[in-house]
Structure formats: C-alpha cells, structure tokens
Design a protein around this ligand. Structure first.
Ligand SMILES: [Zn+2]
Length: 311
C-alpha cells in the first residue's frame, strides 16, 4: 500500500514539474526554477538578444533626426494591471485618432503605442534591464510600439516589427521633479497578481523625460519569452525621476506565486558584434561641432604657416 502511495506521489510530482515547466507560456518567471536561465528557444540560442550593456567602445555617433512622440500629450483612459510578472498599462488602441505614436529618429516606419510596462529590482543597484557602462538604474520602463499596418503577431515575425522605447528611472527625493505619481498613486489597487484598475485622463508624456533628444539605438529582441528578435530599440539617455517611496511600492507588488516580486529583469545579453548608435543631445552636438571646428582651425593655421615658409 505504501509503495502505491509512493508511486502515486512520484507521478503527481512529475505532473507538477511538467505543468510548471518553462516550456509552457504561463510557466516562465524570474525565480530560480523558472527564471531567465531556464527560458528556452530563441532566448537561449539567438544572437541579437536584449537587454545589453551600452559600453563606449561599442557606440558610434549617428546623424539621426530627433524622435517625434506624436499624441504623447493627448489624454485618455488606460488600464493598469498586475500581470504577475510586471506592472502593465494598456488600452491605447481605443484612443483611436489620439493613439500615441513615434516616428523619425532614424525609424523607417511609424509605430503605434500599444502598452508600457516596468522592470525593477530588489535594491537600487539593480533593476533596469539595459545598463550604461555596466551600471544599472533601479528601474526601467518600456513603451512598446507596433509598426503601423501590422498586427502584433505579424510584427513579431519582422526584424523591425516593434519599436520599444526604454526609459531609465532614477531615484530622487525631490517631489517636484517627480512625474510618476499618476501611476504610483494607483499601485495599491493592483497589489495582487490579476488586479486591474483604470486611470482616466492619462497623458503618456508623464512617463517621458523632459529631454528626449539623446538616445541609443540598436537591433534586439523582446526581453521576455519567446525573446523574438523583432525590436528596434531606442534607449533614452535622460532618465525619469522616481522616489524611493514609489520604488518601495513597486517592490511590494505580488507576483503569480503570491509573494513580493522584488525583481523582474533579464540579465545582460552578449552584443555579438552589433554596434550601438548614439544620437547626441543639442549640447553634445554643439561640442562635437566645436571640437571639429577647433581641429579645422588648428589644421588651417598649421597649413597657412607652412605656406608662408615655402613662399
Ligand atoms: Zn520590458
């Protein structure tokens, strides 16, 4: 009898493993048993994965136009939800003519905003998915846009089907500098996985930094399964402010396992020969121009000196 019970319990344990394995879409997460190391398929064996470390030797200055954030100052209704893996804001498709979009900035198409969500960590030294010179911000927001004219399913099959804008969240204790309150005020409504709440009159520009001139650009992937390599990434250089209290509230959100989801970021992925473009801000551009002008002036002076020596 006891041996039957043993076999039965072994079978049940096996079923539980199969059911919760990372192969099933509902199975992935950020814990040891279902975290990024266990994600399968493209996440393991493709070469243009995200996020990446943005390091100076891999960056080229690029003459790109500025990015246009269309309808980002329009207001509309969004649905904020705790998916058990992230804090997710959706509902932009119903804004119709007012749906926020991006174009320019070297993008070859126009892209419509469909959702944004957040990644964070268990302390202030980790949390953002991208890193600048190996340093992380405590959180990062992703504005996910789908190429105009494509469904999400179609977009996932094209290398430029999605355009995601990454915004770093930097910790500040200055309440005046904080744009994040329309969202953080509602975090208690979505404490548990599956909770949803509505925010009326939401303006997407709340989650953008004041200066969107400078950004990094590279070709990459979704940072969650199935890790499709369908994303043109724009990582804004300027961060948005978030207070330590707001960060604390984010870390209090519960995940699918009904515990505090203190981290939901994927580790850095290898660049594998990709280059990163950097579009500088106006000030940076002025400095580059003035240093080019200085070089030209020195060259002209030396050249003129030699000419006087010859003649
Ligand atoms: Zn993301």
């Amino acid at each position: 009898m006891s041996s039957h019970l043993l076999v039965l319990s072994l079978l049940l344990a096996l079923l539980a493993v199969v059911h919760c394995g990372p192969g099933a879409d509902h199975g992935w997460g950020y814990d040891e048993d279902n975290g990024p190391d266990t994600w399968q398929g493209k996440c393991q064996n493709h070469l243009k994965q995200s996020p990446i470390d943005i390091r100076a030797p891999d960056v080229d200055y690029a003459l790109l136009h500025r990015m246009h954030f269309l309808n980002y100052d329009m207001d509309g209704k969004i649905e904020l939800s705790n998916t058990g893996r992230t804090l997710f804001a959706g509902g932009f498709e119903s804004w119709q003519q007012k749906q926020p979009m991006i174009q320019g900035g070297g993008l070859k198409h126009r892209y419509k905003l469909v959702q944004f969500h957040l990644h964070w960590g268990q302390n202030d030294a980790v949390g953002s998915e991208h890193a600048l010179g190996s340093l992380h911000y405590p959180a990062e927001l992703h504005l996910v846009h789908v190429r105009e004219g494509l469904t999400l399913k179609e977009a996932l099959t094209r290398p430029d089907g999605l355009a995601v804008v990454g915004v770093f969240l930097a910790k500040t204790n200055d309440p005046v500098a904080n744009n994040f309150s329309p969202i953080s005020e509602r975090l208690h409504d979505v404490r548990h996985s599956g909770n949803k709440t509505e925010i009326k009159n939401f303006r997407t520009k709340y989650v953008l930094p004041f200066d969107t001139e400078a950004f990094y650009r590279y070709e990459g992937s979704l940072t969650t399964p199935d890790c499709s390599e369908a994303v043109v990434w724009t990582v804004l250089a300027e961060p948005v402010a978030i207070s330590s209290h707001q960060l604390h509230l984010l870390r209090q959100l519960h995940n699918k396992e009904l515990v505090k989801s203190d981290k939901n970021y994927r580790p850095l992925q290898p660049l594998n020969g990709r280059r990163i473009q950097y579009r500088p801000s106006k000030l940076d551009r002025a400095m580059i121009c003035s240093s080019a002008a200085t070089t030209l002036t020195i060259f002209s002076t030396v050249f003129a000196f030699f000419m006087t020596m010859i003649y």
